[in-house]
Design a protein around this ligand. Structure first.
Ligand code: GAR
Length: 187
């Protein structure tokens, strides 16, 4: 199973996938890692791991549709079975969803459909929930919407900050993402 992973930030969840592949516990080929901006640690760590990387820099495309087309081309050239949005903070175009229908997988640090968006951890904390978690789902053209594949609950502890809670969620998220990728690779 070939995957392309899309990142916008540090790529710590991606690193867990890289490690699982390297250790032989996950039978997946990471065909490439792409980002929507320059200078992400996610791309840096991928290059360090010897992976192919690409950047389709959102700021270089004054016309949004041109970025959409460039992203689609940059991903499609690798002929992935699945595209994984792992901290990729852009909503992709309907044309992208069509091209990878049922094959575009997103991870989110909340129990969807609760707390979608860029601040899922902060919003859950602000609401005062006692349990939040992470979700891996097939993404559609909405913001963190689409059929849920798997979820893991994570308790909110007294004194949690956005950072401490997000770190605990990410521990669960990495495990869940690797579990889901394993299941998809065996399907
Ligand atoms: C992850 O927690 C991921 O679920 C979240 O960004 C983090 C990326 O961390 N994505 C979203 O919030 C999407 N709505 P990482 O770059 O260290 O893997």
């Amino acid at each position: 199973m070939r995957i392309v992973v899309l990142v916008s930030g540090t790529g710590s969840n991606l690193q867990a996938v890289i490690d699982a592949v390297a250790s032989g516990s996950l039978d997946v080929e990471i065909a490439a890692v792409g980002a929507d901006r320059q200078g992400t640690y996610g791309i840096e760590r991928s290059a360090a791991a010897g992976l192919e990387t690409f950047v389709v820099n959102f700021k270089d495309y004054p016309v949004r549709a041109d970025w959409d087309a460039a992203l689609l081309d940059a991903v499609a050239v690798h002929q992935p079975d699945y595209v994984i949005s792992s901290g990729f903070m852009r909503i992709v175009a309907p044309s992208f969803i069509d091209a990878f229908a049922g094959r575009y997988v997103n991870t989110h640090p909340a129990l969807l459909p609760a707390f979608p968006g860029a601040h899922g951890v902060r919003d859950a904390l602000a609401y005062g929930v006692k349990v939040t978690g992470c979700t891996v789902h097939f993404a559609d053209a909405g913001v963190d919407t689409g059929p849920i594949i798997a979820q893991t609950p994570v308790a909110v502890l007294d004194g949690d900050t956005e950072e401490t809670l997000h770190e605990r969620i990410k521990v669960a998220e990495r495990e869940l993402l690797i579990q889901v990728l394993g299941e998809l690779s065996r399907a």
